[in-house]
Design a protein around this ligand. Structure first.
Ligand code: PXP
Length: 250
């Protein structure tokens, strides 16, 4: 039995995706009257026990808008984790907003959701600068990386306090023969990261089924989950969907 208390961060991006599917062309000046409101989803998640809220403000603003981030920052009572690219504009934005943490992610214009991990090895200098700027401002930095030793070692070398291991390859392989290999890669990655002093979070593609195995990964501090909780909330409501996921973490 898993006796660790793994925290749950709820990613509300896809709530905004649904809203933008209808209201993209309209200014969001109706506040939460424009449905569905991702901030209301975040608040309901907190009521049900979410330990933090994640929002990704993309360069193209395709789902979450700046007004969403501002309202969430003002209203949520837990922690705001802002996902962002390593651009100067986003760094300036985060330094002004001062969320609890930022998670640096790669951004490809064509992807619907974040596809691969950040290439920390390939852009060491830039990632190091962003970590230093955030640390100086009292903002924790997490690096969303594939569970590869070089990425993990470079993250530690650059002084990142946290990493978020990308669980997408494992989730995609879940019903296929690659699952055991992908899980083993994640397990070794978590061990390595922990041994280097990194706090280990994980996320992407985690759902009510694969979470049973994901929680057996060593040293997990927090899981960031969006799509599956949002999908389930259509049938059972937000609070029930979050409570069920929290129960899976205990
Ligand atoms: N973590 C990161 C860094 C993400 O970008 C996302 C969304 O793509 C998630 C976690 C949540 O993934 P999912 O919506 O598949 O649960």
């Amino acid at each position: 039995m898993n006796t660790r208390n793994i925290l749950l961060g709820v990613n509300v991006d896809h709530v905004a995706t649904v809203r933008q599917a209808r209201y993209r062309a309209h200014p969001l000046d109706h506040g939460d009257e424009v449905e569905p409101d991702c901030v209301a989803f975040a608040l309901a998640s907190e009521t049900a026990g979410a330990d933090g809220i994640t929002m990704h403000l993309r360069e193209d603003r395709r789902h979450v808008q700046e007004s969403d981030v501002r309202r969430a920052h003002a209203q949520i009572k837990t922690r705001l984790n802002l996902e962002m690219a390593c651009t100067s504009a986003m760094v300036d934005y985060a330094l002004q907003l001062k969320p609890h943490s930022v998670c640096l992610v790669p951004e490809g214009r064509d992807e619907i959701t974040t596809e691969g991990g950040l290439n920390v090895v390939g852009q060491k200098a830039r990632v190091g600068e962003v970590i230093a700027a955030m640390t100086a401002a009292g903002i924790k930095t997490s690096l969303f990386i594939d569970p590869h030793p070089a990425e993990i070692e470079t993250s530690a070398e650059l002084g990142a306090p946290w990493i978020e291991l990308h669980t997408g390859a494992y989730a995609n392989a879940y019903f296929h023969e690659g699952r055991i290999r992908e899980f083993e890669t994640l397990r070794k990655g978590a061990e390595l990261a922990h041994s280097l002093g990194l706090r280990v979070n994980a996320g992407h593609g985690i759902n009510y089924t694969n979470i049973a195995e994901v929680v057996t990964l060593p040293h997990l501090h927090e899981l960031n989950i969006g799509h599956s909780i949002i999908s389930r909330s259509l049938f059972v409501g937000v609070e029930q969907a979050v409570r069920e996921m929290k129960a899976c973490l205990r």
